[in-house]
Design a protein around this ligand. Structure first.
Ligand code: G3I
Length: 333
């Protein structure tokens, strides 16, 4: 059987993964061999690239770019504007009043031009803005978001405009979770749809919608709604990307990540497969990326106590049923 990337190439759907530095140094064969598009799990976030004001650290981002080049992989940049993983000098400076509103605008502009400019022409898709909407019904831009509090809602379109100026050929994405019915409601999807079409119609260079697709086998995932939501963003003229797919469940321990609910062993491949099949059948979907491929490096146990088993490969880097199911879906597509 062929790699996911080879099978994806045959149907023109790049299959990818987020990578940590350890995925690159320790597990290069799978990280390079199975995927044709990569993104940094943390490598390109502001906190990582500018740990001290005006002093840049491109180690991880450059490592990712070099790995992608060596393995003929596309790159998704992630992410320019997010409330999380901001440098402490920035948040502390704002809290102390030493970074004023006008200074913050200038710092954001510099951040976007510096980072997007550094990799100009080498990033296929940028997640420009990440996780701005609430899960509430009805949903909207979160008024308590750090950026919204500081600069107001115009910060999002402004970030898209600057990113477009810095690299006119990159596809610019708005990325979020629960925008494809993962939690059983369409409130956030509707809000993002309304906002994104309005911005785009007003001339903001927003080209795509990214659905993170972090599933949990405990939730009522609805495959039909997932596909319908991909479709409606596509019909509105957006490119669509499944950006951070994984399917977590309750496990025995963080080290072993064996599901405690035996049904999860069937639910997981089913949910991965449903997502990929939807991505395959919706023409607007241009890439399908998972948020890490091995349970040993997954973000899930560190965030959700008692959960794990979210990836295509287990803690010993052995492919799981979910992997073989995706392989079969691609073969049959
Ligand atoms: O680098 C420090 C290290 O110096 C320190 O010793 C250690 C102690 O906790 O923390 C390390 O930082 C961690 C960082 O990942 C790098 O490993 C942070 O604690 C940890 O919170 C951070 O988690 C990241 C998370 O975003 C933060 O929200 C995950 O790795 C990353 O996978 C995750 O990715 C996000 C996407 O960007 C957006 N969508 C959701 C997704 C999952 O949360």
């Amino acid at each position: 059987p062929q790699s996911l990337r080879a099978l994806g190439a045959a149907i023109d759907l790049p299959i990818g993964s987020a990578l940590t530095p350890q995925d690159i140094t320790d597990f290069a064969a799978v990280s390079g061999g199975q995927f044709s598009v990569v993104m940094g799990a943390n490598a390109m976030k502001w906190q990582t690239v500018e740990p001290a004001q005006g002093s840049y650290d491109w180690t991880d981002a450059d490592q990712l770019m070099a790995f992608a080049k060596a393995n003929h992989q596309l790159v998704r940049g992630h992410t320019l504007l997010w409330h999380n993983q901001l440098p402490t000098w920035l948040t502390d400076g704002v809290a102390a009043g030493t970074i004023t509103k006008s200074k913050l605008w200038a710092l954001l502009e510099k951040h976007i031009f510096t980072e997007v400019g550094r990799y100009k022409g080498r990033i296929w898709q940028w997640d420009v803005a990440n996780e701005f909407f609430t899960d509430a019904n009805p949903s909207g831009i979160n008024p308590n978001d750090w950026w919204i509090q500081q600069l107001g809602e115009s910060v999002i379109p402004q970030a898209f405009k600057w990113a477009h100026q810095a690299d006119p050929h990159a596809l610019l994405f708005y990325n979020d979770y629960n925008v494809t019915g993962e939690d059983g409601t369409n409130a956030k999807s509707d809000a993002v749809y309304a906002w994104a079409t309005k911005q785009r119609d007003a001339g903001v260079p927003i080209h795509g919608i990214g659905t993170q697709a972090h599933l949990d086998t405990q939730y009522g995932f609805d495959p039909q709604r997932f596909q319908q939501d991909l479709e409606r963003f596509g019909k509105a003229g957006f490119k669509v990307a499944v950006t951070e797919a994984d399917v977590r469940t309750f496990v025995d321990a963080a080290a072993t990540q064996v599901p405690t609910d035996s049904l999860a062993q069937f639910a997981q491949p089913f949910e991965y497969s449903a997502m990929l099949q939807a991505a395959i059948s919706v023409p607007a979907v241009i890439s399908f990326t998972v948020w890490g491929w091995t349970d040993s490096l997954s973000w899930v146990p560190g965030t959700f106590s008692g959960e794990g088993y979210a990836c295509l490969y287990d803690v010993n880097q052995q492919p799981k049923q979910a992997y073989y199911t995706l392989q079969k879906d691609l073969e049959l597509a």
